[in-house]
Design a protein around this ligand. Structure first.
Ligand SMILES: Cc1ncc(COP(=O)(O)O)c(C=O)c1O
Length: 345
């Protein structure tokens, strides 16, 4: 690396900066006060996202975490229970929000990548009654962040829908990266939408918008979601400048995710001979398992940083690389060379 080389940031797909076209869309967006429901660009984005997933309505929220937490409050009353896997973003990275804001009790099944065993989940459901915490909802993550960007097959999701229906439960999808699953498995977004009572979807991960997520659901649920969002401090005013970035991202940045997946596959191919690939790579995340490597995760991250490549440390022996809009093929190949040199030594 020379001094002039910029850092190659593979920590997350949240690090992207708005493109020129996106900035232009933001600068020229029509806006109004969205707390009064008067921002035409927000209203258009909400209608567009609801239609994409075949739902009645959607609500713009500042973050994916808030969108998840609003949705959970719609389907799990205080004191009642949510089931999800132990690595889910909801119980790992949302700082206990379900308990803190919704009074929600969460119980988890062991995480095995993105795999879900519907029978195991069915066996965890507690019935209604006054003697045990009643289960009210199941949440899944598509794609799975800590599960290395893995994709839950449509057939598994259908099984989970059956489990939810058989027990009168809601099914929520943390779909921060559902776009990646759609592109990887060729499943229409509406086919995913048909399976869930509530969804959260993010515009600021692989799609490249600076800010923004949406809660998706029935008109009745989204009406209630508007109230919960305001209570949580998420009522924004002239948010159309942000919604415009989201609309631009939906129009221009979904199909190009195949490029991010191909770049992740190239990185995976480069590091695989060193025995550090945690799972097969399906989307834009390359999960690294360093249990058999002389370098631990911090060691690898520090050595990579010294050579201008940033990666994420997830645990003592666990790290990840994420591809996105702001790293092209040449950049990814440079990162691959850097990482293989470090792993070889
Ligand atoms: C799977 C998943 N859900 C939710 C979120 C939360 O998004 P935000 O950072 O916008 O709160 C993230 C963030 O990376 C995520 O990976």
């Amino acid at each position: 690396m020379t001094v002039a080389d910029p850092l190659i940031d593979l920590r997350s797909d949240t690090v992207t900066r708005p493109t020129a076209g996106m900035r232009e869309a933001m600068a020229t967006a029509e806006v109004g006060d969205d707390v009064y429901g008067e921002d035409p660009t927000v209203n258009a984005l909400e209608a567009e996202v609801a239609a994409l997933f075949g739902h009645e309505a959607a609500l713009f929220a500042p973050t994916g975490s808030m969108a998840n937490q609003i949705a959970l409050q719609l389907v799990v009353p205080p004191g009642d229970e949510l089931l999800c896997d132990a690595d889910a973003h909801i119980v790992t990275y949302e700082i206990g929000a379900a308990a803190a804001y919704g009074g929600i009790s969460s119980r988890t099944w062991p995480a095995v990548g993105a795999d879900v065993d519907p029978d195991l989940v069915a066996g965890m459901v507690r019935p209604d009654g006054y003697f045990a915490v009643p289960t009210r909802a199941i949440a899944v993550e598509q794609t799975h962040n800590r599960g290395g960007g893995g994709v839950i097959p449509l057939a598994t999701l259908r099984e989970l829908r059956r489990v939810a229906d058989a027990n009168g439960l809601a099914l929520h999808c943390d779909g921060a990266r559902i776009w990646h699953a759609h592109v990887a498995d060729g499943v229409p977004l509406a086919a995913y939408g048909a399976l869930f009572d509530t969804m959260s979807v993010c515009l600021s991960k692989g799609l490249g918008a600076p800010v923004g997520s949406l809660v998706v659901g029935s008109a009745e649920k989204i009406e209630r979601a508007r109230f919960v969002r305001k209570r949580m401090g998420g009522g924004m005013r002239q948010a159309g400048v942000l919604a415009a970035a989201g609309r631009y991202a939906l129009a221009h940045h979904i199909q190009r995710l195949v490029d991010d997946h191909a770049k992740a596959a190239r990185l995976a191919e480069a590091v695989a001979p060193f025995g550090v690939l945690a799972t097969a790579v399906r989307t834009n995340i390359v999960p690294l398992d360093l249990t058999k490597s002389p370098l631990d995760a911090r060691g690898l991250a520090a050595a990579a940083r010294a050579e201008g490549v940033l990666i994420s440390v997830l645990g003592p022996r666990s790290a990840r690389l994420v591809t996105h809009l702001d790293v092209d093929d040449t950049t990814v190949d440079r990162a691959a060379t850097t990482l293989t040199q470090i792993l070889r030594n």
